[in-house]
Design a protein around this ligand. Structure first.
Ligand code: GN1
Ligand code: MG
Length: 368
């Protein structure tokens, strides 16, 4: 067993003896392990995670946000008579009373409860799944509507500020650290031709035309846990990027990932498109759960947000390809370029279907 991991776990007072520490692949940033303890005749499981400090420069502030938010949500679940063990994550404290454990190399680790009898989806099985994910994220936003937003730390400043993302991209292009910019000529052109889109939501947030809200900021479908028995959503996970933002960020990122007919890293671009039925299912679920709390602009700009968040993710992937794959985990050298291509193909398809998307939103809105 890895001595470093055992030393981290020894900072907690969990019962029993460690039976196994299994790495699992979730997400492109942190390292995650499922830990099994033998406790008398039973096995108890925990989720151990390293917070990638190259991405989260202040992991302790990330943990302050996560604990604040999960504690707040737990209160709401208790009020509603729900299951506070399964409908929200729990962060365990170390023997020293901290929400994180530091490894000898300075790395910051945390332990969550392992939500048993649950699963996540990398792709939807039906539009019902996607509608349920929309309800889960809509509820998440509602549960945090009265969270003291000023106490949240901006753990990755300008995370969804697309103007600043665009500027970062231009720096990556100029520096061309990987020397690979000629491999991505078409994609670079695509990015530069879309500059004017970048400031739309940022400007509206700055002028107050869009309200600042507590947002999740990483609303991929696989960040919703479903219950194995009921197949209903249980809870929203991956709370590292909870920060002040626009509700449109969460909506757009959900569509980017979940309403794509192909995977985020599909090489065959003919498989990439926006599934309008899935878009409709998500819009309906989202407006059903959060619609009454949203402003007119937050509804009107839903189709645009789907396009913008997809574009933003594409420029982040392409920027990382140019920088030499220093941010996202990759499995092969062109992985980030492949990911960027899927995002830009999806943006183009959204542009073609934009008026249909607007009609879907208008229809769903009239029912709120
Ligand atoms: C990263 O690690 P993961 O997969 O949850 C990234 C998101 C991107 C996503 C693209 C902190 O999320 O912003 O949308 O990859 N998270 C961070 O799949 O940058
Ligand atoms: Mg994440």
């Amino acid at each position: 067993m890895d001595k470093k991991l055992v030393n981290i776990l020894n900072q907690y007072d969990f019962n029993g003896t460690i039976k196994e520490i299994k790495p699992i692949t979730v997400g492109h940033i942190n390292d995650t392990f499922v830990v099994e303890y033998d406790v008398e005749c039973k096995t108890e499981k925990y989720l151990l995670q390293w917070i990638n400090h190259n991405v989260f420069k202040k992991p302790i502030e990330v943990m302050e946000n996560v604990v604040g938010v999960t504690t707040h949500i737990k209160g709401k679940i208790a009020e509603a008579g729900g299951d506070t063990e399964r409908e929200v994550l729990t962060v365990f404290k170390t023997k020293a009373g901290e929400n994180y454990a530091l490894a000898e190399d300075g790395g910051c680790w945390r332990v969550y409860n392992f939500v048993d009898n649950s699963y996540s989806l990398d792709g939807v099985r039906s539009s019902d799944d996607f509608k349920m994910a929309a309800i889960a994220f809509g509820n998440f936003q509602k549960q945090l509507a009265d969270y003291p937003i000023k106490t949240l730390k901006d753990t990755i400043p300008n995370f969804h500020n697309t103007v600043s993302r665009f500027n970062d991209f231009k720096v990556a292009l100029e520096e061309n650290k990987s020397g690979r910019k000629d491999e991505a000529k078409e994609e670079i052109e695509f990015v530069l031709a879309h500059e004017k889109d970048c400031s739309v939501l940022v400007d509206m947030l700055n002028s107050g035309e869009l309200p600042l809200r507590v947002t999740h900021n990483d609303t991929k479908l696989n960040n919703v846990l479903f219950d194995k028995t009921t197949n209903k959503p249980l809870c929203v996970v991956d709370l590292d990027t909870v920060m002040p933002g626009s509700s449109l960020y969460d909506f757009g990122d959900s569509i980017r990932f979940g309403a794509n007919t192909g995977a985020e890293d599909e090489k065959d671009l003919s498989k990439i498109s926006l599934d309008l039925d899935l878009f409709k299912a998500y819009v309906e679920g989202y407006l059903e759960s959060a619609g009454d709390a949203l402003t007119e602009n937050e509804i009107t700009y839903l189709p645009f947000a789907a396009k913008l968040l997809t574009f933003e993710c594409g420029i982040r992937f392409l920027g990382d390809f140019l920088n030499g794959d220093v941010y996202f985990k990759t499995e092969y050298p062109e992985h980030n370029l492949v990911r960027a291509r899927t995002q830009f193909k999806l943006v183009s398809d959204i542009e073609k279907k934009f008026s249909e998307m607007q009609s879907i939103v208008n229809q769903a809105k009239s029912r709120v």
